[in-house]
Design a protein around this ligand. Sequence first.
Ligand code: SF4
Length: 477
Amino acid sequence: MCGIAGIFNFEDAETLVAETLFAIQHRGQESCGIAVRDCRGNISYHKGMGLVKQVLTPENIAKHQGSIAIGHVRYPTAGRSDKVNSQPHVAELPEGPHIAVCSNGDIINYNEIRTWLENEHSFTFRSDNDGELIGRLVAYYLVHEKMTIEEAITETQNKLKGAFSTLLIYRDMMFAFRDPHGFRPFVLGHLNHETGKEIMSDGVVFASESCSFGIVGATFIRELEPGEIIRLERGKPLKVVATAGKNKQHCVFELIYFSRPDGITFDELVYDVRKKIGAKLFDYDKDLGVDKDTVVMAVPDSSNFVALGYAQASPANFDMGLLRNHYVGRTFTKPEQKQRDEGVRHKFNPLPEFFNNKKVVLVDDSIVRGTTLRKIVRMVRGAGAKEIHVRIGSPKVVGSCYYGIDTPTRKELIASKKDVDEICDFIEADSLKYMSVEDFNIILQHPGNFCFACFNLKYQYSPEDFLQKTNAPDNRC
Ligand code: SF4
């Protein structure tokens, strides 16, 4: 999971992109960067390891001013936490101007395309990152196949398999394009202009999530269609080059966990979906004896609205017995187990005397390895809780993700080898229930548009694709 942002044809675009990235910092805290086309037609960039406020400081981005800018926040992948894999990437063209690219997703046929570009066309890669691959593939079609930029991007889109929400700067143009299944979110907004029938290609903003638009004063317009290619050029109307969408495969985990609750993702209000999940979880608990003395609480923060939905549907009260230290990032996105363990200890602390002899419904969004949740259950029991009933706002995670989320291998996923009772024993809870895949059909407006592959193993791409991906360098965003 990563985040992308782009501003087209607006003063101080570099600053606005940095602010937009700050609003989607939850999508990646390992590294970040921006690329800017300045008034002389050069593309410059600045990127580094760390948070947006550390890397994209006013001093650093003052050297990269322009009205067309893109940016990226990256989340780490094990062993590949290196500045060289941070984005955006710039692909040089023989006579300039260069191409700048940032992308969120995961290219499954990365290895095949990279080998072809290196062996057949003498391309040199600096990173193992799929953002660079996309830029070099576009450059190949432009330079070697003499295509126009629109043709080059269309061919690139056709050749890539997997998930990609991508922004690209070329000359004084910006392109936004998305994989045909629309795995990762990608939204379009308007900056300080009246929304008329036709969007003029000035003051346009793109981002992974609409919650970032408020910070720059942008208006949400719509989500990009799967397979869509948008072209922006100064003084011209926004042009939709292509809408080659196939069956939609939006990542349902975005609604459960990743996306911020104050946004609209895949046409769903994220907080609303989470509250409905919570209410549905209470439906499973009619015989649990939940009453006004029961404490319903979340593992903060991604589960807050699920726990709230549960509590509002039940006679119990929503309360907050665990305090979260907000200076610790998402433990799930830490690359090593040791970091994740330390993250739990540093991240959560129980309120003194809060849990004494209480019956607790502890709500979390998902269970990956089970080790983090076991530490939290132990923490809550050690603080005095009498009963701890764990409720999970997603189905059992039984498979890895190949579309932009760094879930561990199958054998590391506790639900791939244990049943619910065994997982309950492992996490040391008094009871455990998961949200069912079937009940998402009730909660979502268009459940058929979503990917549930890590829950039901119904992947869009074949196992051969995965094998190739597994052999490839780790190229995730
Ligand atoms: S496999 Fe899971 S995490 Fe990956 S895109 Fe599908 S639903 Fe999302």
